[in-house]
Design a protein around this ligand. Structure first.
Ligand SMILES: [Zn+2]
Length: 672
C-alpha cells in the first residue's frame, strides 16, 4: 500500500514536472513562480537574459564539468565538483524559459555524462573515497544533486531522480545518524556550512520520491545544527541565532554564500513540513542580512565573508561583493517572496538585478566578475580552474539572471502578480482555466510610464496585483483612465471584472533620490528608481575643487551689498531621520557607447565663503554601466563624500585588492 501511495505521489510530481509547475509542496507558496516559458521578457532584461543563455550557459563545453567526478579531480581539497551542478541548474532554467529541442539535448547529454561517473553504490563525488568529507566534497555532491533534480523536474526523466536518490542513499550511509556528522565536515574554518547546505537537495529528493528516509535525514541534519560539535562549540545554531536577531557576521562562520545556501534549504524544509518556526528563522535572517550586510547595489561581502557591509560600504573594500553572494542573496529573496508574498523581497531582487548582477556580467554573458566594488575598477574573474574553464562566480552568475522569468509575473492565489516592469508579454491560466495575457509596453526604468494591456477570451473576475516599490512615493495608477490609489512598499490588488482590452497605466516616481550612507559617514549616493548612479572616468575629469551634491529646493540667497551675488549658506548635513531628499536629474545629451543611462546631476561649487557660488553638473551613469570597459583605465565611484574633492575621485590600481595571486591583471579568458 505504501509503495502505491509513493508511486501515486511520484506520478503527481511527474505530471507537475512535465507542465513546468512546482510540486505539491508549492501549496505553501503565497506566490508561485510563473511558467517560465510563458514569460516573453523583452527590453534590456530580455536582452541580458538572451545573451546570458546564448553566449554563456548554452555555449559552454559542459563535458569539462563531469571530469571532476570521473577523474576525482578534487583529491587534496579542490572544489571543481561544484561546476557541473551550477552550470546544469542554469541550463535547466534556460531550457524552461526557452524549451527548444536543442537545449533539451544538451541537458540530456550532460546528465547521462554525469551518471556515467556515479559509482555502483550510488556515490557521486569529485573526491576519491579515501577523502570522503574532504573540504568541498559534500558541497560538490550538493550541486550534482541539484542538477539531477532540475533535470527530472524539466523532463520527467525517472533515471535522473533515481540517480539522485542513489547518491543521497550513499551519503546517508556515511553521514546518517550514528555516522560522521556533516556539521564537522568540510573546511573547518567555515564551520561546516558548506556541507550543511546539502539540506536543500535532500528535501527536494524527498518531495519528488516521497520516501520518508530522506525527510528523516533532513530533519536529523537540521537537529545537528543545534548541537555543539568539534567545529562549533556552541553548535551552528542557524535557526536559534536567526530567530534571536543575531547579526549575520556573528552567526556560525561569516561565509555569506554558504550560510545563505543553508537557509535556502530551510525554506524547502518548511515547504514540506509547514513548521512555521523554520520560515520565521529565514525571514528574520533575510531581514538581518538586508539591514547589516547588503550594500546599495544589492549585494554584500568582502573576501566572500560578511563584513558589516551596510556600514562599511563607503570604504575601499578588499574583494567586495562576490557574484556568488549576489546570486544566492537573490535566490534567497526569491524563496522569501514565494513563501511570504512580502514585496520587500521583490524590491530587493529588482535592485540586485539592475545593479550588482548586471554590473558583474561581462562581455554580454560570456564571462562574469568575481568581485564588484563600489569604487575603483571592475575586473573579470580570473580563471580559477583552467581544467573546467570556469570560476565559482562565472558558473553562478547565470543562476541569478535566469530566475527572472519566475519572479517577473507570479501566480497569486487570485490572479497574476506583476513584479517586473519590462517590455514583454506574459500568459497565465486563472483558476477557472481562462488564459489571461498581460502585455507591457514600457522602457522603464529609463522612463517612468508603464502601460499594461489585458488580453482575455471573455470577461473574468479576478485580481491583478501590482508591486509598488518602496521608493515609489509619488506614483499614479489608473485602470482605463480611472485613478486607483496605491501605496509605496506594498502590493496593490485590483479586483474587478477584467475585459479584453482593459488598460492599466502606472507612472513611476523616477525622481533622483539622495541616499545617505548608513552610520554617521558623511557620504551620499544618488538613486533613480531601482538604479544606483555612479561617476565614471569616461565622463568626469579630475579638477582642483570641491563639490557638494545639490538637492532640489536648495535655498539660493542673494544680497545686493554683495553686488547681486548668489550664494548658498551651509546647512547641517542630512540626518538619518530626515525625509527623502530629491535631486533633479536631466538625461545626458551624450554618453559613451555601452553606457545604458546617463544623467546630468547638479553639484554646488563654492569659490570661497559666500562668493562665486554656482551650480556645476557632473554626468553620472547607471552602476551596471559604470566601469564596464573592465579595464584599469575605466574607473568609477558610487559614494560621494561631502564635499567631494574632485582631484581624488577615482583611486587607481584597485584591481590589486580584487586579485591577490598575480602581478598581471586578469583578462577575460573567452574563446572566440
Ligand atoms: Zn563565487
Amino acid at each position: 500500500m505504501k509503495i502505491k501511495q509513493n508511486e501515486l505521489l511520484v506520478s503527481i510530481f511527474l505530471l507537475c514536472a512535465l507542465n513546468f509547475t512546482l510540486p505539491v509542496s508549492a501549496q505553501r507558496n503565497v506566490l508561485s513562480p510563473a511558467v517560465f516559458s510563458s514569460a516573453k521578457i523583452e527590453g534590456i532584461v530580455g536582452r541580458k537574459l538572451k545573451n546570458c543563455v546564448e553566449n554563456g550557459v548554452m555555449a559552454k563545453d559542459y563535458v569539462l564539468y563531469t571530469k571532476p567526478f570521473k577523474d576525482k579531480l578534487d583529491k587534496g581539497g579542490g572544489f571543481t565538483g561544484e561546476f557541473w551542478g551550477k552550470w546544469f541548474t542554469s541550463a535547466a532554467l534556460a531550457y524552461s524559459w526557452q524549451p527548444t529541442s536543442a537545449y533539451k539535448d544538451i541537458l540530456d547529454k550532460a546528465v547521462s555524462e554525469l551518471i556515467k561517473a556515479q559509482d555502483a553504490d550510488g556515490r557521486l563525488s569529485s573526491y576519491p573515497r579515501t577523502e570522503d568529507f574532504g573540504f568541498w566534497d559534500i558541497w560538490g555532491r550538493k550541486y550534482a544533486l541539484l542538477g539531477l533534480i532540475a533535470h527530472y523536474d524539466q523532463t520527467g526523466d525517472r533515471e535522473s531522480l533515481k540517480a539522485a536518490c542513489r547518491a543521497t542513499d550513499a551519503l546517508i550511509k556515511i553521514a546518517g545518524p550514528g555516522k560522521k556528522k556533516l556539521t564537522e565536515t568540510g573546511l573547518q574554518i567555515i564551520g561546516g556550512l558548506s556541507s550543511c547546505s546539502i539540506l536543500e537537495p535532500v528535501v527536494l529528493v524527498y518531495e519528488r520520491s516521497g520516501e520518508k528516509k530522506y525527510l528523516d535525514f533532513a530533519t536529523y541534519l537540521v537537529k545537528l545544527w543545534s548541537e555543539p560539535n568539534d567545529y562549533n562549540p556552541r553548535g551552528l545554531r542557524l535557526i536559534e541565532d536567526a530567530l534571536a536577531g543575531v547579526d549575520p557576521i556573528l552567526i556560525a562562520a561569516p561565509k555569506g554564500y554558504e550560510m545563505m545556501s543553508c537557509y535556502e534549504g530551510l525554506c524547502e524544509l518548511y515547504r514540506v513540513t509547514g513548521e512555521k518556526r523554520l520560515l520565521q528563522a529565514v525571514v528574520k535572517f533575510g531581514k538581518s542580512v538586508l539591514k547589516k550586510e547588503i550594500m546599495i547595489v544589492g549585494s554584500g561581502s568582502s573576501g566572500e565573508l560578511w563584513c558589516d557591509g551596510a556600514n562599511r560600504q563607503t570604504e575601499i573594500l578588499e574583494q567586495p561583493m562576490e557574484t556568488c553572494v549576489t546570486v544566492t542573496w537573490m535566490k534567497l529573496c526569491y524563496q522569501l517572496l514565494q513563501l511570504t508574498g512580502d514585496p520587500v523581497w521583490a524590491d530587493q531582487m529588482e535592485i540586485s538585478l539592475y545593479n550588482a548582477l548586471m554590473g558583474a556580467m561581462v562581455e554580454e554573458g560570456k564571462w562574469w566578475a568575481y568581485f564588484s566594488p563600489l569604487i575603483g575598477e571592475r575586473m573579470p574573474s580570473p580563471m580559477q580552474v583552467p581544467v573546467c574553464q570556469s570560476s565559482c562566480c562565472v558558473a553562478n552568475g547565470p543562476r541569478g539572471m535566469l530566475i527572472t522569468p519566475g519572479w517577473s509575473v507570479m501566480k497569486g492565489k487570485t490572479g497574476p502578480v506583476i513584479n517586473l516592469y519590462s517590455q514583454g508579454n506574459w500568459t497565465q491560466k486563472l483558476e477557472n482555466g481562462t488564459e489571461v495575457k498581460i502585455t507591457q509596453e514600457t522602457d522603464y526604468p529609463v522612463n517612468k510610464d508603464v502601460q499594461i494591456h489585458i488580453g482575455l477570451p471573455k470577461p473574468a473576475n479576478f485580481t491583478i496585483t501590482l508591486r509598488i516599490p518602496a521608493w515609489n512615493k509619488n506614483s499614479k495608477l489608473m485602470v482605463n483612465g480611472e485613478v486607483i490609489s496605491c501605496k509605496s512598499g506594498t502590493y496593490t490588488h485590483i479586483k474587478r471584472e477584467w475585459k479584453n482590452g482593459d488598460k492599466i497605466q502606472l507612472e513611476m516616481d523616477l525622481r533622483g533620490r539622495i541616499i545617505r550612507a548608513p552610520g554617521s559617514v558623511n557620504e551620499l549616493a544618488v538613486m533613480r528608481g531601482p538604479i544606483v548612479l555612479a561617476l565614471d572616468s569616461r565622463m568626469v575629469k579630475n579638477e582642483n575643487y570641491n563639490l557638494w551634491l545639490l538637492p532640489q529646493g536648495t535655498k539660493w540667497q542673494s544680497k545686493s551689498e554683495l553686488g547681486g551675488l548668489k550664494y548658498v549658506l551651509p546647512a547641517p548635513s542630512l540626518s538619518a531621520n530626515s525625509p527623502v531628499q530629491y535631486i533633479e536629474l536631466t538625461p545626458s545629451p551624450s554618453k559613451p557607447a555601452n553606457v545604458w543611462m546617463a544623467f546630468e546631476v547638479p553639484f554646488l561649487y563654492r569659490y570661497t565663503h559666500f562668493f562665486d557660488h554656482k551650480q556645476i553638473n557632473l554626468t553620472m551613469c547607471d552602476y551596471a554601466s559604470a566601469g564596464n570597459q573592465y579595464s584599469e583605465k575605466n574607473l568609477f565611484r558610487v559614494w560621494l563624500p561631502q564635499p567631494l574633492y574632485m582631484n581624488d575621485i577615482f583611486p587607481e590600481n584597485t584591481w590589486k585588492i580584487l586579485y591577490r595571486e598575480g602581478n598581471t591583471r586578469p583578462e577575460i579568458p573567452i574563446k572566440k
